[in-house]
Design a protein around this ligand. Sequence first.
Ligand SMILES: [Zn+2]
Length: 157
Amino acid sequence: MVESKASSSAELGLSTSIMSRTAAVAQVASAYAAKESSTVADILELVDGLSRALYLAEQGAQTQVPAQPEVAHPPKAAVPAVAIEDAVQDDKVVCLCCGQSFTMLKRHLKAEHGLTEDEYRKMFSLPASFPLVAPAYSARKAEYAKQAGLGKHDRRT
Ligand SMILES: [Zn+2]
């Protein structure tokens, strides 16, 4: 107990290079000391805690001052899960949100990401012509529509 008092005092004496902090601590300590119920140990403990708190507050205040202007981080469009040029393959389209591939994205976008095709295109700055259905699939569908029941023709647009 005696030892800790002594070391607290010594610490206080050594760590009071900043006058404002010392003054603040002394003010609080003397106010506290005026209370009849306060013991020396109480006061030393209080002073110790205050010194530390004030020190931390000063450190905090210092780190709040930016040493250099913050690097602007422009709100960029979402980062695609795969390169946009890889997102459309002949028989599948890759979801740029999560990297999964599908024959058509519309339902997936809505179900998984709550996006409409428009919102999805905007999110990744895609042109309106950007296919969200696998080219082979939409070609086949068109084929079926035109030639239903007439057999398979390998006709490309
Ligand atoms: Zn997805």
